[in-house]
Write a protein that binds this ligand. Structure first.
Ligand code: ADP
Length: 432
């Protein structure tokens, strides 16, 4: 700066000296005219560069910095360097901002930035989905006017940021359970984070129901056995007739508990064993022989049982699991077909290289409204009937799980009082 002023002063002195000398040589008037001319050119030079500078300041891009002469060159070069630095840091900032926005948009959780008056400053697409907001219209609006659930209003009013709010959507769409958490930041702003926990809640509910169902299933036989034991222990002497009356009933209840525990263990083994285990070739000829023997054993001559082998193919899979699934279908057919009915086991090829194992019976059948829920754990059409014939309500759940692991599909056709046909269809990849 000081150097700049010194140069300006020296220029003025040089103009004054030249004018003085020319005044002395050519007369006063000539000297004055020369000084005026020099001063005007000097002023014009600076005004020209000042104009250039002002024009550049209107749109200050580094590539538009004007060329200057003398001291103005220094000024314009300094401006050029500063503008370039600014442009580079702006570009870096834009990249960081872009990265931040992209990351926030890709987040599986919803993010809403709120200002100090709870107005929306920014929303990511997940929050739009979770809270039913509109990205264009709702920015700038009060969140409380858009999310109307009273629990949400209470949560915002209480400002209990340490604990999330569990919010169940009451809209028309599928049920959505959200975990909502407010996080204060930047002195007055807040982040509203939303997470979809619908699936988690469903799993917890299934787990709770399962535990309740198992306890309920075990309680009845335990109460019966406990009751008998109490009665027996209260008797001063137990005679043979009483024992013969009580023991079979206790035995039946303990068998019921045993089959329940066995089915539970089978289900848990299937669920917990890793997927993609190397499949064996399951000899379907031998499997059908075993199933026929088992069916006859269960039926005790009460039914006509037929086996149709229409395919010589084998299956790829786990022998034990497939036997458990097929065995459950056979056992159901025997248990839900009254005496004198017939049962047909069939192994056949379908079109496209698929194969099917089916069990058809002429039993009690199933009303159509129950068909979609048959494979749910503990789901029974007639609870009393299932229990009285030794059912646990887990057989078809086991079938479903085994089929899931073998890419198979369960198809059920049934008509009340006429009979049912349960078919297990395997894709060509499972057929050996
Ligand atoms: P359960 O141990 O009660 O038989 P399952 O899971 O094997 O349990 O079957 C679920 C329900 O489906 C049964 O309670 C029964 O009501 C019905 N069901 C299954 N197989 C048959 C069948 N072959 N005929 C009639 N109803 C059946």
């Amino acid at each position: 700066m000081a150097e700049f002023l010194v140069v300006r002063l020296v220029t003025l002195v040089v103009i004054a000296v030249i004018s003085l000398i020319s005044g002395l040589v050519w007369g006063e008037l000539t000297g004055l005219a020369l000084m005026l001319g020099l001063l005007v050119s000097w002023l014009g030079f600076h005004l020209y560069h000042l104009g250039q500078l002002l024009r550049w300041l209107e749109r200050p891009a580094p590539r538009r910095v004007p060329d200057g002469f003398g001291p103005w060159n220094t000024v314009f070069m300094a401006l050029y360097r500063q503008a370039r630095r600014q442009k580079q840091s702006k570009r870096r900032l834009a990249i960081v901002l872009d990265r931040f926005i992209n990351a926030s948009e890709a987040m599986p959780d919803g993010v809403v930035v709120l200002d100090e008056y709870d107005r929306i400053e920014w929303i990511n697409p997940m929050a739009v989905d979770h809270l039913g907001l509109d990205r264009r219209k709702d920015v700038g609006s009060q969140i409380l006017n858009l999310v109307r659930e009273p629990e949400f209003h209470d949560y915002m009013a209480e400002q209990r940021y340490s604990q999330p709010l569990i919010l169940r959507s009451t809209g028309n769409g599928p049920e959505l359970v959200l975990s909502i958490q407010l996080v204060p930041f930047d002195i007055k702003r807040k982040l509203l984070l939303t997470r979809d926990i619908t699936q988690l809640e469903r799993v917890q509910t299934v787990h709770r129901d399962f535990v309740a169902n198992v306890s309920h299933e075990l309680r009845t036989p335990l109460t019966v056995v406990g009751g008998f034991l109490e009665t027996l222990s209260d008797m001063p002497a137990v005679d043979d007739a009483t024992l013969r009356q009580f023991l079979p009933m206790m035995l039946e209840q303990s068998r019921r508990m045993q089959s329940l525990v066995e089915d539970l263990l089978t289900l848990s083994r299937i669920e917990n064993s890793p997927h993609g285990v190397a499949p064996d070739t399951v000899d379907m000829g031998a499997m059908l022989d075993t199933l026929l023997v088992e069916a006859e054993g269960l039926s005790q001559g009460r039914h006509r049982i037929e086996l149709q082998r229409d395919s010589a193919h084998n299956l790829l899979g786990n022998q034990q699991e497939l036997h458990s699934a097929f065995g459950n279908l056979v056992s159901n057919a025997v248990r839900y077909t009254p005496e004198g009915g017939s049962i047909t086991l069939r192994w056949r090829e379908l079109d496209d290289g698929r194969a099917a194992f089916s069990v058809a019976d002429t039993g009690i059948g199933i009303p159509p409204e129950h068909l979609p829920r048959l494979t749910e754990r503990f789901y029974r059409v007639d609870r009393g009937r299932s229990r009285s014939n030794g059912g646990t309500g887990l057989g078809l759940a086991i079938v479903k799980h085994v089929l899931m692991r073998h890419h198979g599909k369960l198809e059920v056709r049934s008509e009340p009082e006429k009979g049912s046909e349960f078919s297990v269809v395997f894709s060509p990849e499972q057929v050996a």
